[in-house]
Design a protein around this ligand. Structure first.
Ligand SMILES: [Mn+2]
Length: 488
């Protein structure tokens, strides 16, 4: 026992700095790719996320902006990153808050410049309060501190020749009459004072990189998926007739925290009975009844990486025949699409496969009368794929073909809401349709089911990161049986 304890402690001591160095190396490589794509005549500026108010003088826990974290690893407000690829030495400049004993007494430690360098691997660290003076110095070609005329010759020359680019996360241009977003306001202010430059949207450059995960990111994602998978199984153990949805949610989120996951990657969805048909049901306030199906969509934010997992299961351990019909169809749609997915395809192809399977199945169950059109959309109301990563709905172009290292979910779902029929436009055709499907809708009324797993694209297909969480009818029923209340 003791020997084992010492072993664990030793390996932890050795593992921690190695992981930190690995992260720092990865951050450097990420920035190197951004520097290369930006080119020598540009300057990129990235800001940290704002601190947001919860209520009155209480703030939400700070969550760093994904882009800034992707390139710096700094989890602290009032941080700014500047990249100047054409500079001789100081291509990367980080602005962080200065030490402040009073503020640190209230809010905790602020990274010293040295610690900021150790985390990010960026050698040049300045104070956030000096950023405006730095910007004015650089844009007027006077220079600022180490960034003098010799150091920034390339960017200053570009300013002189009207070729400089100031790169920001601009996003799409605001529509005429719409409110101007912060990055565009910044560009407008900069243009009032300086010239020689145009604004460049750096979003596609960084999104393109974030879309293909690094080896380090995949390691973190595997761990994130392991924690979230364990959390789902803890939730399954907590689910039983008479228990409340929030008890399942508590079991899930307890598992995140006790495994070192910062928080959820998105608010947990724990919907039983009719709540399973509400796509983003967040209340978790219903008491579950014998015979209910429970839909749980939840995953942790672990080191700023989240996967996305949904399971649907009968809380008493046994699917009713109607629940089994719907769940099995969702399962088949999932399996057929995951089997065909491989590099070179676009995710739209994967989704289409699930649509084909769902259409055939719905026709058989009597929930639609025609597979040629969009009738299936009454019950299959969302897309079944999105990228995952730092954001649960991660950035990236959906037209880009799949390649190894990309990560995404497959998540077909069916939601039988009787009210969907009443919402159809009142036409003769729809009236005939409603009459035909009414008996099936009554049979399957209030059943909602989704099956979602998180995948990494490999050279030949997909690897399922959340496979351990019971998925088939048999696996689910066996798991719920062995974790039945008597043996819990
Ligand atoms: Mn999802």
């Amino acid at each position: 026992m003791l020997a084992r304890f010492i072993c664990i402690t030793m390996s932890l001591l050795l593992a921690a700095p190695a992981a930190a160095a690995e992260f720092q190396d990865d951050l450097k490589a990420r920035r190197a790719r951004v520097l290369e794509r930006l080119g020598p005549e540009s300057m990129l500026i990235l800001w940290s996320a704002p601190v947001r108010t919860y209520s009155n003088d209480v703030e939400y826990e700070f969550r760093q902006d994904s882009y800034l974290y992707y390139l710096t690893g700094i989890d602290q407000p009032d941080t700014i990153l500047v990249l100047m690829p054409g500079n001789r030495q100081h291509k990367e400049i980080l602005f962080v808050l200065p030490p402040n004993p009073v503020r640190e007494h209230w809010e905790g430690h602020i990274l010293t410049p040295r610690e900021a360098t150790e985390t990010s691997g960026i050698a040049t660290v300045e104070r956030t309060g000096d950023f405006e003076a730095f910007l004015a110095g650089v844009m007027s070609r006077r220079g600022s501190g180490a960034i003098n005329a010799q150091e920034a010759q390339s960017f200053f020359g570009a300013l002189e020749n009207n070729r400089a680019k100031v790169a920001l996360l601009l996003g799409p241009a605001p529509r005429v009459g719409a409110e101007i977003t912060e990055p565009y306001r910044f560009v407008n202010r900069l243009k009032e004072r300086h010239d020689g430059f145009t604004a460049l949207d750096a979003t596609p450059i960084i999104d393109g990189l974030r879309q293909v995960k690094t080896a380090y990111e995949l390691t973190v994602m595997e761990e994130s998926a392991r924690i979230s998978s364990d959390a789902h199984m803890a939730g399954m153990r907590a689910a039983k007739p008479g228990a409340w949805e929030y008890e399942v949610e508590a079991a899930i989120e307890f598992t995140y925290k006790r495994n070192g996951a910062f928080d959820w990657g998105y608010p947990s969805i724990v919907g039983s009975g009719p709540n399973a048909t509400v796509l983003h049901y967040n209340a978790s306030s219903r008491q579950m009844r014998d015979g209910d199906l429970l839909l749980v969509d939840a995953a942790a934010n672990y080191k700023y990486i989240t996967v996305d997992i949904t399971r649907t299961y009968p809380i008493n351990g046994r699917f009713t025949p109607a629940q089994r019909d719907i769940y099995t169809l969702v399962y088949q749609a999932h399996e057929e699409s995951r089997k065909m997915a491989k590099p070179g395809m676009v995710v739209g192809d994967v989704h289409q496969k699930s649509v084909d399977v769902i259409k055939q199945g719905l026709l058989k169950l009597g929930l639609i009368t025609d597979t040629s059109g969009d009738q299936y959309r009454i019950w299959y109301t969302h897309g079944s794929n999105h990228w995952i990563g730092m954001d649960v709905h991660d950035v990236g172009d959906y037209r880009r073909p799949l390649e190894p290292g990309m990560t995404f979910v497959i998540e077909p779902g069916l939601y039988i809401r009787e009210s969907a029929l009443e919402n159809l436009p009142k036409t003769a055709e729809n009236a005939a349709f409603v009459e035909k499907v009414r008996p099936a809708v009554q049979k399957y009324r209030d059943i909602g089911a989704r099956l979602e797993d998180s995948y990494v694209v490999t050279a030949t297909g997909l690897r399922n990161l959340s496979e351990r969480v019971p998925r088939t009818v048999e696996e689910i029923e066996a798991f719920m049986r062995t974790s039945a209340p008597a043996s819990r």
